[in-house]
Each structure stands twice: as structure tokens, then as C-alpha cells.
Design a protein around this ligand. Structure first.
Ligand SMILES: [Zn+2]
Length: 331
């Protein structure tokens, strides 16, 4: 009888122990820690300056140096992978990504900024692998948007998803280098709808999103808010006042004024490397007649008179890579 009671207590404690913790890094990116009994996974590593912060975060949530099973990097942006080198000094663990494309993206970005850490140590777990003890599935079939490649994790049983930078929560969106007109439009029209409650991943309305930036939200309003933000950005970018497109500072100011409560206003400084911005500037002579094409094939012009509403296309499930990881992580 006593042993049965002990077993029950262990089972109950195991069920109750599943938790997700979140730490915001100094540059505004989120790092999440999923813990379930003796299993633990860090989702994203913060920026290079976040190592001490993230080390304390992990330790303070009951995971010591030898206990962290892995660090999973959602996409190849330095505010999400830059802490890897420092964290590996403090934790005996492995670093994993979902696809070779994400790994190569990360390596290319690191080389571009002179980061000499050897990222070839990252393991790609595209089949078999990592997370079944945490019951997390990995979805990777997103088109280039905020980043050129991305992945998310989803626990359907517990109804939450770690969505990386596909979704921001009450934070200015990163629209800098690599986010050109097509990708910012596709972020709005292709990737975000996949996570909507009517979208291809079949999330329900109560799915909790652990976002790459901003406060964790218990609803899906951030999807439409992100879409509205992108639409506002494009409409502002291509709005023709007089005979010229707005200056960069005009666009940044408009974004901050429209979203005064959003964090990460410093992200508007990255607009200088947004090629949609560059396109607008090189098209100054056509201001008033400038047209761009939405993903549904419709044309907008700089008068801002046409519909920029989002639309989903294609069947995600038919083409998606849904990788349910196996049991290898803990071996
Ligand atoms: Zn980010």
C-alpha cells in the first residue's frame, strides 16, 4: 500500500513539475527554459552579453551545470544564439537546431559579424532526437520572414508553443538586414497565419505562445497585432507625402507613435538595412505611382488606397516538415 502511494506521489509530482520559465535578455530577446522532472531544455541562448544573466536564470530554476539536456536554437539571429559560447563554459550540454538550413544560417550570420566561435559543434536533429520526454514537436516549414529560416516547438497536450521570432508580443518587430519587402510581406501573409487558431497547425484559441520577444501571452491577439504592425510599416514606408517617400526617421517615429507601449524601440534603428526602405528611396521619382505586389497578386500603390489585409496560401500540413523527436537526447 505504501509503495503504491509512493508511486502515485511520484506520478503526481512528475505531472505537476512540468514548467516553462522565461528570461528577457538585455537586447530584448526571450530565452525559455522547459523543465519536466529530470529533463530540461533551454530554448535560445540570449545574446553574447546575456551569459551571466542566463546562467543565473537556469540555475535559479533548479537546473545545474550537468543537468541541462540541451540548448535548442530557434533561428540564426545573434540575439538568440550569441550566448552559446559562454553558456557552454558553464553548462555541460549540447546545442541543437532542427534543420541544416538553420545551422548554416547561424554560421553565416556569425561569420558576417566576425564571431569566431566554432558553431560546427551544433547538432542537427532533423530526425530522431531530442525532445520526447518534454513532449515537444518541432515544426520547421516556414518561408523566409523575420529570419531566413525558423523553427517552433509545440506541446499539443499542454497546449503551448515556443514560437521564436515568428511572433512578437508587444515589441517592435525586427525589420532590419535580411527582411526585405518580400520577406516582411511573407512574414505577415504566410508565416503568421500558420499559427492562427484557424491556421495549418490547428492551434486552438487557448494555445499559450512563448514568443521570441515581449511578454508571454495567453491568447493569440499578437498574431493580428504583428500583421497590423507590418501593414502599418509598409503603408508608412510607401506613403507619398508631396512628391517623396518619408524619411527613415519619419517611418521610425510613426512606428513608435503608433505603438507607444511596445518594447524594443531600438529595433527601429535597423530599418536602415531594410531593403524595402531602400527600394522606396530609389523609387522616389515614381512616388505617387509606385506599385508593389502583395502575395495574393494584388497591386498596391503609394497612395495607400488598396487593401493590405493578410491572406494565407498553400496547405501547410501537406508540405510541412513535422518532426517529432525521439528518445536520443537523454542517451
Ligand atoms: Zn529576435
Amino acid at each position: 500500500m505504501l509503495s503504491k502511494l509512493a508511486i502515485c506521489l511520484v506520478l503526481v509530482c512528475t505531472v505537476l513539475s512540468y514548467e516553462v520559465f522565461t528570461q528577457i535578455g538585455a537586447t530584448g530577446s526571450n530565452t525559455h527554459l522547459v523543465v519536466d522532472g529530470s529533463s530540461s531544455l533551454l530554448i535560445d541562448a540570449g545574446a553574447s552579453g546575456d551569459v551571466a544573466l542566463m546562467t543565473s536564470f537556469i540555475n535559479n530554476n533548479g537546473v545545474s551545470s550537468g543537468q541541462l539536456d540541451a540548448i535548442f536554437i530557434t533561428h540564426g539571429h545573434p540575439d538568440h544564439y550569441g550566448g552559446i559560447a559562454g553558456l557552454l563554459n558553464n553548462f555541460s550540454t549540447k546545442v541543437i537546431v532542427a534543420t541544416t538550413t538553420i545551422k548554416n544560417d547561424l554560421i553565416a550570420n556569425a561569420e558576417a559579424v566576425g564571431d569566431t566561435f566554432d558553431y560546427s559543434i551544433i547538432e542537427v536533429r532533423s530526425s530522431g532526437g531530442i525532445l520526447s520526454d518534454l513532449n515537444l514537436s518541432v515544426y520547421t516549414n516556414f518561408v523566409p520572414g523575420e529570419s531566413s529560416s525558423a523553427s517552433i516547438l509545440y506541446n499539443r497536450e499542454r497546449n503551448f508553443a515556443l514560437v521564436g521570432d515568428i511572433i512578437y508580443a508587444d515589441a517592435h518587430l525586427y525589420l532590419g538586414f535580411g527582411v526585405d519587402f518580400d520577406t516582411v510581406r511573407d512574414w505577415r501573409d504566410e508565416n503568421l497565419p500558420k499559427l492562427d487558431k484557424g491556421g495549418d497547425l490547428k492551434f486552438d484559441k487557448d494555445t499559450v505562445f512563448y514568443t521570441g520577444h515581449g511578454e508571454v501571452a495567453a491568447d493569440q491577439s499578437n498574431i493580428s497585432e504583428n500583421q497590423d504592425y507590418i501593414t502599418f510599416f509598409l503603408e508608412t514606408l510607401f506613403s507619398c507625402a508631396g512628391s517623396t517617400f518619408p524619411t527613415l526617421s519619419d517611418v521610425a517615429t510613426d512606428l513608435v507613435n503608433e505603438y507607444p507601449d511596445y518594447s524594443s524601440a531600438s529595433f527601429t534603428s535597423f530599418l536602415t538595412s531594410n531593403t524595402a526602405w531602400t527600394d522606396a528611396q530609389t523609387a522616389q521619382g515614381d512616388c505617387g505611382n509606385y506599385e508593389y505586389t502583395n502575395s495574393d497578386g494584388s497591386s498596391d500603390n503609394s497612395s495607400g488606397s488598396s487593401d493590405n489585409s493578410s491572406s494565407s496560401s498553400g496547405s501547410f500540413l501537406q508540405a510541412s516538415v513535422v518532426v517529432c523527436f525521439g528518445l536520443l537526447l537523454l542517451q
